[in-house]
Design a protein around this ligand. Structure first.
Ligand SMILES: Nc1nc2c(c(=O)[nH]1)N[C@H]1C(S)=C(S)[C@@H](COP(=O)(O)O)O[C@H]1N2
Ligand SMILES: [Mo]
Length: 225
């Protein structure tokens, strides 16, 4: 990250919206928004969150244009079967629909989002992670990355989504395809996903390197590291 060559992708993310990254790092240092108490999992709204009806756009300001015909998904790392899917391959997988809530670390939550896509359970069944695989890293077309424990990817409400409320996912919200991980803060739900990497030892993604929690469970307020 000390490399300031203009084609270092990580550097591009850091410098496109430096103020955003700085202020979110400051939030992490100051522990902003922390209520200091966990909520029972039966509470639908996690502590410190408020409900919104619209759907804010939040990213690092690099909005890649990926047409479905140019989009590919690679699944690699510690798997028995590497995958390299085109859009048609992706759409030929068993369809999965789920309704879930969004909880963003900047304190907004949005209920009842209907997602269509391909379930994480199906991707796991096809790619077959090796026993050593313990973590998953999403890599995106804007060079964003985010990490999560395999156990959080391997859940019935996790998917790669291509539609929201029955409409194709817009480019702003990560179209053509984004990850959805409802039980973790929304920064774990990578937009414009291009690769799912299975690894043995944990490796921090973009926000996880900038003061944000490695796991990010909203009910125990794992906002910052
Ligand atoms: N590829 C990529 N995915 C990303 C981000 C990003 O900058 N790039 N931002 C994350 C953050 S911090 C949030 S809150 C959500 C926002 O998704 P939305 O813009 O659809 O609300 O996307 C997450 N996924
Ligand atoms: Mo976020």
């Amino acid at each position: 990250m000390t490399d300031d060559s203009p084609d270092d992708p990580e550097d591009k993310l850091n410098t496109t919206r430096p103020k955003l990254v700085e202020s979110k790092e400051r939030w992490a240092q100051e522990g902003r928004l922390l209520t200091g108490h966990a909520a029972p999992r039966s509470d639908r709204l996690p502590p410190g969150q408020h409900l919104v009806k619209d759907w804010p756009v939040l990213d690092l300001g690099v909005t890649p244009t990926v047409e479905p015909q140019n989009w590919r998904l690679r699944v690699d790392g510690l798997v028995e079967n590497r995958l390299d899917w085109s859009w048609n391959d992706f759409r030929a997988q068993p369809p999965f629909r789920d309704v879930s809530d969004i909880h963003c670390v900047t304190a907004w939550s949005r209920y009842d989002n209907q997602w269509d896509g391909v379930s994480a359970k199906h991707i796991l069944a096809v790619a077959k992670p090796k026993p050593e695989a313990q973590f998953v890293v999403f890599h995106s077309y804007d060079e964003y990355t985010t990490n999560l424990p395999l156990a959080y990817f391997d859940d019935i409400d996790v998917l790669l989504a291509h539609a929201w409320q029955g409409q194709p996912l817009t480019r702003d919200h990560g179209g053509p395809v984004r990850a959805i991980v409802p039980k973790l803060y929304f920064w774990k739900s990578a937009k414009w996903v291009k690769r799912i990497e299975f690894i043995a030892r944990d490796r921090a993604g973009f926000w996880e390197m900038h003061g944000y929690h490695d796991r990010g469970d909203p009910w125990t307020e794992e906002r910052y590291s």
